[in-house]
Structures are given as C-alpha cells and as structure tokens.
Design a protein around this ligand. Sequence first.
Ligand code: FES
Length: 309
Amino acid sequence: MSRPRGGLSPRKLTRRVTRGRRLRPADLASRLQHAAPLDRAAGPLAGAAQRALSHRGAADALHGVWLGQPLHPALTGLPVGCWLSAALLDLLPGSQRAARALTALGVATAVPTAAAGLADWSALHREQQRVGLAHAAAGAGAGSMFTASLAARLTGRDRAGRLLTLGGLAALTAGTYLGRYLAFPLGAGASHAEPVTHLSPLGWHELCRSRELPEGRPVRRQLGYLSLFVLRQGAEVMVLADHCTHLGGPLHQGTLADRDGAPCIICPWHGSTFRLTDGSVVHGPATARQPGFEARVSDQGVVEIRPRL
Ligand code: FES
C-alpha cells in the first residue's frame, strides 16, 4: 500500500498514537494486525491448510455453508462453556467427577472447533491472518492446558488439574478477545456485501438500457451508492450486489460457471460460488447469501430492478 512521503507505517503510527498512555487490549491487537513478520509463518500455514482442505465438500462443511453462517463461532461455545463450567465446579466440594467429564467434553469439542477455525482462517486477508494466527496460538495453548488438566485429573492429581484449568482459562480469555477483534473490527465472518435493502428503497428502479449490456459477460453498474453485478443472457438479466459476502471481492470480475444446471458466478478472490438466480451459496468460504435483485425489461428496453427480499 502506498503511503504519503514522510508518512508512517501503520505499525509506527500505532506506536506513536499509543505512546504516553496505557496500552489497551485493542492497541495490542492492532500491533498484531500490522506485524508483517507474522506473514512468514501465516503464508505457508495458510497454503498447507488450503491444500489439506482441497475436498470441496469437507471445506464447505467446515466453513458452515450448510448453516448459513460461519461454523467456527457457533462451535466455540461448546469447549468454552464446558471448560468454564468445569472451573466453576472446581469451586464446589465433591464435584471432581463432573468437572473431569466437562473438561474431557471440552477437549473433544475443541477439535472440530479448531478445524472449522483453520478453514476460515486460510481464506482471510493478510491482516486478518496475522491476528488469527495469534488467536489460534492462544487457543492451542488453552487446549494444551485443558488436555494436561484432564490427564492430571484422570491420574488423581486434582489439585494440579485445577491449576492447569486456571492457566487454560487465562489463555482462553486472550484467545477469545483476539477472536472478537477478528470478527468485529476486522469483519472476519461478517457479510461484506452491500446492504441492498438499506441503500435501495423498495420498488422498481431503472438501471440502464438492455442493449447497453454485453451478451453473456458480467459488468458492473451503479444504482445510487450500490455497485451491482449485472449479466444479460438473451432476454434475461440477472443482478446481484457486486461485493462478495465473504470479503468484498468484485463479483463482476469473477468466472461464470454451471453448477447442476444453475448459472453461477465464482468470486475471483477465494472462489466462493453463488447461484445467479437467487444469490444462494453453492461453495464457500462465503456462507451468507449474496443479496440480489429481481430484474425485468420494459417494453421500451429499459432494465428495471428491485431488491429481492
Ligand atoms: S471475497 Fe472471498 S470468496 Fe469472494
């Protein structure tokens, strides 16, 4: 990214802004976000994860295409809930057996949770991957401590098990904070498509003349603030929001494809595949439907569209 002459890199800017005042957790997360040396580990790891997830069905299942939202945050509640409950039970006398069972359940459910997180992380952009790497390291640290806690509890060393649980909770807290930083300020997992019904009043809008649209080639058109993907095939016009729900890739630069007889568009950035007829997700990493429009051509040859609800 270019920077004004004499300007500061994002990392130096963060340091200058935070100098002289107490560091907040968000400042530390921001430093991770701009820590380019993390790319040396993140790049090869993401490549390896993508190769391991070359089976499209498995990757889609882990992303949460079937769920309509990312699977990883949905699963996270299982290990976190189990481990937190185990820590609370440790405060009550006579609850060792239940605490042991919950610790074991947390360890078991952490495995699919981590796998889903790895799948999502491998298709993030660079700054998100840096924070995601630290999030994963904290999660792995927490998982190791809870596994060690389970081993201690199973061999009758309950006091050591309780101490390891406290260590695991500390790592879990750091990992959870970074996960939320990834989800909210950095928008991983949120839809990046234009808020169609918010920016475009309901009802029909004139878009352009049908003959201005090339046959069979996607183009981008503006409707007020909205960027739209527009494709004309014969007399039919198909219109979607142009920014991919996954991370905002330009769908009009994507590749047209046929999936089970349905015309689709493949995003040029990470390969999410959407049906043109209704914007539904055929393949991830996107999990949210691409917002779209109904389209018709008037007798005067004008393409009219209205948001599809
Ligand atoms: S931006 Fe990632 S698949 Fe479209």
